[in-house]
Design a protein around this ligand. Structure first.
Ligand code: NAD
Length: 476
């Protein structure tokens, strides 16, 4: 593919948007309004660390405010820049529309390698960054609600929520200013694992449609499918863990920063994770064979490739050598627009990022609603549900005591049926339902229109139409 120019991440998103827009009937004005990023705020701030002032650069970008608040993660990484943040904010707009969470798209980032700072320093930096954004309503329960992304997690979200509370002491809805908080700090059960769980639900839904599975030249179910995972962080770890422990998939390779591990019989995801936590990388881990050139494992023969680390890893340089017939984009933007074309021509099926990793924002939505309603899901109805179930079980028991009828209840039925759903079960049910419904909406366009030949364009068409409808409803 030498000689072809690799588009930037932002260009890639725009190229993909344009491919979909070309198939839609939108006025050029509206199309342009939806394409452009509304605003990006750049902030440089100083923090006194180790005896001297260090200056940091951060961004918060708002792509579309057709619905408010706008939503999107905050990323901590050295290569964060305005173009990347804007591309990610655009993806958030389309992701939220696709899974019907009532938000516009936003994204934030701080240029920092978080591994170079201790916890206390990171707290100082995060609080200062949050202060700058809160002061301008770029963190606010009704206007802009961040969440974790690469390099951030519950801990950073808790600091941000606390910073907001200090600056807005009378805001009763203050906790809804950020999602992905720890459970004891206003979080919701199941948020940490939500994006990985969503990847699992997305794959389960894909494998429910034999016709789609055949297009990827695969057959059967997830059981026994050989997967390669890149990035064993929040998203990659949970996806790999659930797919291997609950669906029978085999994780034959894990790629991390310092190289990869390969084991044809399947890697034990938890053991690899523990090894990385103790040694800082995969090298030396006895679970599999170490491969120093990690990215070469993206090209390994497998059934499902799961890039879950960063953008642009499947590009014009390696696309032609990718053997996986099915790729699920757990990360944002892992396949460049150029690689997307090469892969489409090869017949590779790609489950696109805006759908595949939408589990995070879906459960973030539940957390935001929980914070605004000030009550845990299931708290009011759980015992009442149990009582009604008990009536049925008592009646069934009475009937099965009648020997002439010859009925018996299956072992364990009573306990299972009586238990009312707790918050975690409700979150999972809401997430599963969301992932199924969003897949169906993409699928209808994919199979319903001749000119639509892949899931990504289908996903863009569904989401752009929804954003357009909401602009039109505003009279624009
Ligand atoms: P994370 O920081 O928890 O994990 C990233 C992992 O990738 C780490 O284990 C890191 O060591 C590894 N990694 C970094 N550079 C690598 C490289 N060059 N090669 C191989 N591995 C590398 O981040 P995360 O939250 O899991 O996010 C991963 C991706 O998923 C990002 O694209 C992010 O935007 C996307 N995403 C995250 C969420 C979420 O809820 N956290 C939601 C939607 C999308």
């Amino acid at each position: 593919m030498e000689g072809l120019r690799e588009p930037s991440f932002r260009d890639s998103v725009e190229i993909m948007f344009n491919r979909a827009a070309a198939l839609m009937d939108m006025s050029p004005g509206l199309e342009e309004k939806i394409r452009v990023c509304n605003a990006t705020y750049t902030v440089r701030f100083g923090v006194r660390l180790r005896g001297k002032i260090q200056t940091f650069t951060g961004y918060r970008s708002v792509h579309s405010e057709h619905m408010e608040p706008v939503k999107g993660g905050i990323r901590y990484a050295l290569n964060v820049n305005q173009n990347e943040v804007e591309a990610l904010a655009a993806l958030m707009t389309f992701k939220c529309a696709l899974v019907e969470t009532p938000f516009g798209g936003s994204k934030g980032g701080l240029c920092i390698d978080p591994r170079l700072y201790d916890e206390h320093e990171l707290e100082q930096i995060t609080r200062r960054f949050a202060y700058e954004l809160i002061k301008r309503d770029l963190i606010n329960p009704s206007q802009n609600v961040p969440a974790p992304d690469m390099g951030t997690g519950e801990r950073e979200m808790a600091w941000i929520a606390d910073q907001y509370a200090r600056m807005n002491t009378t805001d009763i809805n203050g906790r809804a200013c950020v999602t992905g908080k720890p459970l004891n700090g206003g979080g919701i059960q199941g948020r940490v694992e939500a994006t990985g769980r969503g990847v699992q639900y997305a794959l389960r839904e894909f494998f429910r449609h034999p016709e789609d599975v055949r297009i990827a030249n695969l057959s059967g179910t997830l059981d026994g499918k050989r997967c390669v995972v890149q990035g064993l962080g929040n998203v990659g770890y949970h996806a790999a863990k659930f797919l291997s422990s609950e669906d029978g998939a085999k994780i034959i390779a894990i790629i991390e920063r310092d190289g990869g591990l390969y084991n044809e019989n399947g890697l034990d995801v938890d053991r690899v994770r523990d090894w990385i936590a103790a040694h800082g990388g995969v090298q030396g881990c006895p679970e599999g064979t170490y491969v120093a050139d990690g990215p070469s494992l993206l090209e390994a023969a497998c059934d499902i490739l799961i890039p879950a680390a960063l953008e642009g890893v499947i590009n014009l340089g390696n696309a032609a050598r990718i053997k996986a017939p099915l790729i699920i984009e757990a990360a944002n933007g892992p396949v460049t627009a150029g690689a997307d074309e090469v892969l489409r021509n090869k017949g590779t099926v790609i489950i696109p990022d805006m759908y595949a990793n939408a589990g995070g924002v879906t459960v973030s939505y539940f957390e935001w609603v929980k914070n605004l309603s000030h009550i845990r899901f299931g708290r009011i109805q759980r015992r009442q549900e149990e009582a009604r179930h008990e009536l049925i079980v008592n009646e069934l028991e009475r009937l099965s005591a009648d020997r002439e009828l010859g009925w018996t209840l299956s072992p364990g039925f009573k306990e299972k049926y009586l238990r009312g759903a707790d918050e975690l079960e409700l979150v999972r049910s809401g997430l599963d339902d969301t992932m199924r419904a969003a897949y169906q909406s993409m699928r209808e366009v994919w199979h319903g229109r001749d000119e639509v030949t892949d899931l990504r364009v289908a996903a863009y068409i569904v989401s752009i139409s929804r954003v357009a409808a909401s602009y039109r409803a505003k009279g624009l």
